[in-house]
Design a protein around this ligand. Structure first.
Ligand code: ATP
Ligand code: MG
Length: 549
């Protein structure tokens, strides 16, 4: 045994060894950093001298120190991680206290910024924060009432929300809290104004119509387990049969299970060759506007899955005018007058909103259960055609396209009045006024070279009106040039009564019962809450659809 080993084995040597190892531990900067736990050198020395009598005690002390170090390190990492997320501009500092203060300041700045943004966002953010606080304070009631801890927990709220593990729960809670927040706000307002049932109903409808997956801050935190309102969940619909297959998708007779209500659902495939997302979003937008006019197809809800877009529509049980013409041939004048008068109201409404339909034809004119018409299919419609503005591009169905479309000129709402004239002619005769065969060039030449023939038994006023609609020069075409409502063909129509659906309809198809239909086995792609897979601000429910009753 050499001298160094002998020294180390001696009681004094053992003391020296323990002191040395303690000093080494103390130099670890993480350990030093925590001021609450920091021991002075003297304290450490004292502790070490006491420990020298027992090897076990020394190991215990060492273990304790290691545990403390681990806790401190973990807490510091959490804080630093949060600070980095909250403020990238902040310089990193080794002083935990300064960092903490900076973090708090960052929070305040962030909240102030939030105040400047939209009111909705503010309410949502407050909902999240208040919800978090409420959640925290409930837990605290059970444990400690220490206000300092409480404050720290509130501050740590966002940190917890960032944590992946807690993300789902937080979002779920947040959504609930936003709703509670809105409810509370509304209730306060109601208390001051005086509550009535109608207001309550309105409030419920508004809440129902919001898609939690696509609103504000929640949208930015995708989560698969948030409950959708029932009308936005494809699983709440039964599918029965295909009622229409168009150029852009297909339409199915379906029923909304909770209400056993028959609906038509138009299903479009997202990003297919024909449907780009802009066109789908536009159709949804126009369907929403259509709710303001009784003679346009009403949509109850629109929602989407990963691959499909769904338009839940009022089921027009009377089918389309195309089917009626195919079944009956030419239609009686009184019926033509009634249906086309309702079409006039619908077209004038659309044009007043700067919308041109561009695909008016008997297949897109449906009859509802009461016998009124519903113009459907806004897949080709164009928006913002206001004042002198025009659009361009080939649109519509062969045989119904206006000559200015076929000449590739710019055009406006005049094209709808042309198609309206073709539709009226078809209703009156059972055939098209111009051949739809051949190339665009050929179709255009037919219109110019071969004026339509009118049957000799055609109603006189209609005979006067049709050439005015099928006028090649769109500036001279009735609809654009003069008010069609004033034409002699409609002299017997009380427009006010007609607009309010007070006129008796030619026939009432009625609504069949859901029980008359079997379920059609069909599945769709999963519903997703991913921003990447979803069209933005797409899903919504008509606030006037009483889907809960
Ligand atoms: P197209 O390209 O032929 O114009 P599309 O794919 O754009 O068709 P729609 O025109 O909206 O689709 O619908 C196709 C057919 O589905 C209609 O002609 C009609 O027969 C039926 N249909 C559409 N909506 C409804 C509805 N709400 N109720 C009943 N049937 C409907
Ligand atoms: Mg159509």
């Amino acid at each position: 045994m050499d001298l160094r080993e002998k020294r180390s084995e001696s009681p004094a040597g053992q003391v020296r060894n323990v002191v040395k190892s303690c000093i080494e531990e103390k130099t670890n900067k993480d350990w030093i950093k925590d001021s609450g736990e920091r021991k002075t050198d003297t304290e450490n020395k004292k502790r070490c001298i006491n420990a020298q009598t027992s090897q076990d005690r020394r190991r215990r002390v060492k273990k304790q120190t290691e545990n403390k170090e681990k806790t401190i390190k973990r807490r510091r990492n959490e804080e630093e991680g949060q600070i980095e997320k909250e403020s990238q501009a902040k310089k990193t500092s080794k002083d935990g206290r300064i960092e903490r203060r900076r973090f708090e300041e960052g929070q305040i700045v962030k909240e102030k910024k939030g105040e400047k943004t939209s009111k909705d966002k503010k309410i949502k953010r407050r909902g999240i924060e208040e919800g978090q606080t409420e959640k925290e304070s409930q837990a605290e009631k059970k444990t400690s009432k220490d206000a300092r801890i409480k404050r720290r927990r509130v501050e740590e709220g966002p940190l917890q929300m960032e944590s992946h593990a807690d993300k789902k729960t937080s979002e779920h809670e947040s959504y609930k809290n936003i709703q509670i927040d809105k409810e509370n706000k509304k209730t306060t307002e109601e208390n001051s104004k005086g509550t009535n049932i109608e207001q309550k109903e309105e409030k419920n409808k508004r809440l129902r119509s919001e898609d939690p997956l696509e609103s504000g801050s929640i949208q930015k935190r995708p989560c698969l387990d948030i409950e959708r309102p029932a009308p936005l969940d494809v699983n709440n619909y039964s599918f029965h049969s295909i009622v229409g297959r168009g150029g852009f998708g297909w339409v199915m007779l379906a029923s909304f299970r909770p209400k056993k209500q028959l609906v038509a659902i138009k299903i479009l495939t997202k990003e297919s060759e024909k449907n780009d997302c802009h066109a789908i979003a536009k159709e949804a937008r126009l369907l929403k506007i259509s709710r303001e006019c009784a003679f346009l197809c009403q949509s109850y809800a629109v929602f989407q899955s990963e691959l499909e877009a769904f338009f839940v529509l009022e089921y027009a049980s009377g089918k389309s005018l195309w089917k009626m013409i195919s079944r009956e041939g030419k239609l009686p004048t009184s019926r033509i007058r009634f249906y086309t008068a309702e079409m006039v109201v619908a077209l004038q409404f659309l044009h007043s909103k700067g919308i041109i339909h561009r695909d008016l034809k008997p297949g897109n004119i449906l009859i509802d259960k009461d016998g009124h018409i519903k113009i459907c299919d806004f897949g080709m419609a164009e928006e913002n055609i206001i004042g002198q503005r025009k659009t361009y591009g080939l649109a519509g169905t062969p045989g119904y396209r206006a000559p200015e479309i076929l000449s590739f000129e710019d055009y406006n709402a005049g094209v709808d009045w042309w198609s309206f004239g073709v539709t009226m002619y078809k209703m009156a005769t059972g055939v098209l006024p111009f051949s739809a065969a051949g190339s665009i060039q050929k179709q255009r030449l037919v219109i110019i070279m071969k004026p339509p023939t009118y049957p000799c038994d055609m109603n006189e006023e209609m005979l006067d009106l049709l050439p005015k609609l099928l006028e090649i020069n769109e500036t001279q075409r009735i609809g654009l040039n003069g008010n069609i409502r004033e034409h002699a063909f409609y002299s017997t129509i009380n427009w006010e009564d007609l607009e309010n659906r007070r006129l008796e309809t030619p026939f009432q198809p009625g609504m069949p019962s859901v029980d008359d239909f079997e379920e059609f086995p069909i599945t769709f792609s999963r519903q997703s809450s991913s921003e990447k897979e979803n069209l933005k601000d797409f899903s919504e429910v008509d606030p006037n659809w009483n889907w809960q009753e």
